[in-house]
Design a binder for this molecule. Structure first.
Ligand code: FAD
Length: 320
C-alpha cells in the first residue's frame, strides 16, 4: 500500500477542506481499503468521517425516518423499529456480506461503494471504467454483469441499500460545497447510467450526510439470490414497496439490483400494479414489463429467471 496521511474530520466543512484534491473519505473502509491494497486507489489523505457529530443515529419521525450516513449496516439489521416500519430495509441490511462486514460497513459507504466488476478490480486491467476504451466484460466473462445498461460499461450497482431505498422513495442529503443537496436515489445513480467511468452521481468532495425515508409506504420487502449464503454480493436482488388499500396496491414500486448500472426501475411496471389486487398473474405481468428491455450477455442469461422469481416473491411478501 502507498503511504498516506490520516486525519479525522469534526464537521462536514472541515471534511471537505481536509480532503483537498487527492483525498478520499473513509467510513468503515470495507471497500476503500480493499481498493488501496489493490492499488486501484492511491489517495494522499484519508479523511475519517466516522466522528462527524450526529451521523450515527437512526431517528424515527411521524412522516420521515432519518438514517445517518455513519449508521452501520448491523444497526439497521438489529433496530426493532426499522424491522417493524421498514421490513425491506432490515432484510436488505441482513443480506449484506457477513456479520463482521455489517458491523463495520456504513450506510454512506454502502451507497458509495465502487463497482465489483472483476476486470475493474484487477490492478493490471485498464478498462472503460478506469478511463480506457474497452469493456472487457462485454467480450469476456460477464456472468456477474448487467442485463440493462445505459452505456458501454456493463458493471452493475451492487449496493443492497440502494435498491430498497429506491422503492421507498428515500432521499440522500449530500453536502456539496457549502450547501446540502437533496438527491433521490435515481439522481444519486443517474450518472452511472450515462457515464461508463461513474459509479454514482457524487462529485469529488460530495459527502453523504444522511438518508431520509418517508413512511408512506407501509409494506416493503427485499430478496436476493447469491452464489454463497455469506460473504457474497447478490447475483440478482429485488425490492418492492407499497401501501395496501384493502386488498389493492397503492403507490407500488419495484426495483432490481445487480442487473443494471443503476437500481433498475420501470415506471410502467409500477403503473401496472397501481390499484390492483396482487396475485401471481399480476406479479408475472409486472415481471414481464420490468424485464422487457433486458439485454442478455454471453454468460448472464441465468439472471433472467432468477429476476422473475424474485420479483414475484418480493411482491407477494407485501401481502404477508
Ligand atoms: C465479501 C464482501 C461481501 C459483500 N457483500 C455485499 C452485499 O451483499 N451487499 C452490499 O450492498 N454490499 C456488500 N459488500 C460491500 C460492503 O457492504 C461495502 O463495501 C460497505 O458497505 C462499504 O461501506 P464502508 O463504510 O466500509 O465504506 P468505505 O469503504 O469506507 O467507503 C466506500 C466508498 O464510499 C466513500 N464514502 C464513504 N463514506 C462516504 C460518505 N459519507 N459520503 C460520500 N462518500 C463516502 C469512500 O470514499 C469510498 O469511495 C460486500 C463486501 C465484501 C468485502
Amino acid at each position: 500500500m502507498k503511504s498516506f496521511q490520516y486525519v479525522t474530520a469534526t464537521s462536514p466543512a472541515s471534511a471537505r477542506q481536509l480532503l483537498g484534491d487527492n483525498g478520499r473519505y473513509l467510513s468503515g473502509g470495507i471497500d476503500l481499503l480493499g481498493q488501496m491494497k489493490e492499488y486501484l486507489a492511491e489517495p494522499k489523505v484519508l479523511v475519517n468521517v466516522k466522528e462527524l457529530p450526529g451521523l450515527n443515529k437512526i431517528e424515527s419521525g411521524d412522516k420521515v425516518w432519518t438514517l445517518g450516513a455513519n449508521v452501520t449496516i448491523s444497526q439497521l439489521e438489529d433496530d426493532a423499529g426499522i424491522k417493524k416500519v421498514f421490513p425491506g430495509i432490515q432484510q436488505a441490511a441482513a443480506e449484506v456480506g457477513s456479520r463482521q462486514i455489517r458491523n463495520v460497513a456504513t450506510v454512506g459507504g454502502n451507497l458509495a461503494q465502487h463497482s465489483r466488476c472483476w476486470y475493474y478490480r484487477h490492478r493490471d486491467v485498464l478498462c472503460l471504467k478506469k478511463g480506457d476504451d474497452m469493456c472487457f466484460a462485454r467480450h469476456g466473462d460477464n456472468r456477474y454483469h448487467s442485463l440493462f445498461t445505459g452505456n458501454t460499461c456493463i458493471s452493475p450497482v451492487v449496493s443492497n441499500l440502494a435498491i430498497i431505498f429506491a422503492v421507498l422513495d428515500a432521499v440522500a442529503i449530500v453536502q456539496r460545497g457549502d450547501k446540502p443537496l437533496r438527491m433521490t436515489l435515481a439522481e444519486l445513480y443517474a450518472e452511472a447510467w450515462r457515464n461508463p467511468e461513474a459509479h454514482n452521481s457524487l462529485e469529488p468532495g460530495d459527502l453523504i450526510l444522511k438518508i431520509e425515508v418517508p413512511i408512506q409506504k407501509r409494506r416493503s420487502s427485499y430478496l436476493q439470490m447469491s452464489a454463497k449464503s455469506q460473504f457474497d454480493w447478490a447475483l440478482v436482488s429485488c425490492a418492492a414497496a407499497a401501501n395496501l388499500d384493502g386488498d389493492k396496491l397503492a403507490q407500488p414500486s419495484v426495483a432490481l439490483g445487480a442487473v443494471g448500472n443503476v437500481p433498475y426501475q420501470v415506471k410502467a411496471a409500477d403503473e401496472l400494479l397501481e390499484g390492483k389486487v396482487l396475485d401471481d398473474a399480476l406479479a408475472n405481468k409486472a415481471a414481464d414489463v420490468l424485464l422487457e428491455k433486458a439485454h442478455v450477455q454471453t454468460d448472464n442469461g441465468y439472471k433472467l429467471p432468477i429476476a422473475r422469481a424474485l420479483i414475484r416473491r418480493a411482491l407477494m411478501q407485501l401481502k404477508a
